[in-house]
Write a protein that binds this ligand. Sequence first.
Ligand code: PMP
Length: 453
Amino acid sequence: ETRIGGIAAARIAAFAAEEAKVYAAARPRTRAALAAGAEPWLAGVPMHWMRDWPQPFPMLVAAAKGALIEDLDGHRIDDFCLGDTGSMFGHSPAPVARAIRAQAGAGLTYMLPTEAALQAGQLLCDVFGPMRWQVATTATDANRFALRVARAVTGRRKVLVFDGCYHGTVDDAMVCLEGGKTVSRPGLVGQVEDLSLVAVAVPFNDLAAVEQALAAGDVAAILTEPVMTNSCMVLPAPGFHDGLRDLASRYGAVLILDETHTISSGLGGYTRVHGLKPDIFVVGKCVAGGVPTAVWGLTPEIAARFAAYDATRPSGHSGMGTTLSANPLQFAALVATLSQVMTPANYARMEAGAARLCAGLSKAVSRRKLPWHVVRVGARVEFICAPGPLRNGFDAARAHAPALEAALHIGLLNRGCLIAPFHNMMLISPATTRAQIDRLIAAFDAVTAQLLE
Ligand code: PMP
């Protein structure tokens, strides 16, 4: 009998089929609306990731506020996905909604800064450190631009990434390890270039492999998350970040920390909480409370090196920036978020809630004697359907159990709890209540009990 994560594969399939029926039966309005209106979209959805949820058809959202999301059929669901971090501070935080309303009648995009931009710049320095900042619209773009700067100031070609990483749809980072070699990821659509020409992948937590790659002398930048959050979560081993910093400096590579998910760690992100020293700092998604915004900051030293480069480069397009970036709506939302939403008090609530969730899920896992584990990075909690701890992307890929996870996700959704698709991440916002957390723990307990029947 095949077992996945300690659970019979046949039972998983039967449970998932039953839950899919329950989901569909509870959503007549959603079904009718999709039947009448989905066709104009490619493959029926406005962004193809929306097909990757475990439900048989997408949930149409009617409204969301705080940590609650309501679908077209009137189901009120506790939202622990929170737009996969875009709404980590809750849906429509009041200060952000007010700031958007105030700006809404005064122009939405000008390609010129506002006075609020100046305020936002100071707030970015206060919260994340004395960097020299730029605004982009997505974390993907911020990472792309950071990579250009790293290549410009070093005159080198490659980016070093960790096997199993994700930094948005940054082409150059879309590599993985296969039999010890860096290759383009197999699923990439329309990929014509061999990405191993511009990237090298090594295992996370492996400083010897990092050093070996850097010794080739062609690495412009190390691009990493402080914690690998886009596979099953992999925590850095003690000393790993100090080692990375040392190696980057020793071999002249720029260290880019992508805090787009680890901003869950606490005020200022993992970098500030753990005293890390990146050369370039990137954060997107929730940094403006859900208004599409990302920021990237250079240390004064990298900024000076870039200024010297910039002064002598040939004229013409830089390859950086997008027309709608650094717009007044972003500044209004940034100021509101940085000054009134990303507060120590809110982070304390998130931390306490996440600790409660982590403890509750861990207890359920051990009570049911499941060979699973639970990890937490501040407000971000994940259950992993395999034993831990995981050391790198290889371990994480082996721990990933798509069929089991999909069954769990739809089971949780039918019991009123939405968690992120693709992996098992749950986020606690400042608006998330204890009652919501306890409902999720109870739903998790109920679903695992049924899967073990
Ligand atoms: N960096 C990290 C660490 C991410 O997790 C993601 C998205 N999951 C991105 C960058 C890209 O963000 P976006 O899709 O908003 O460009």
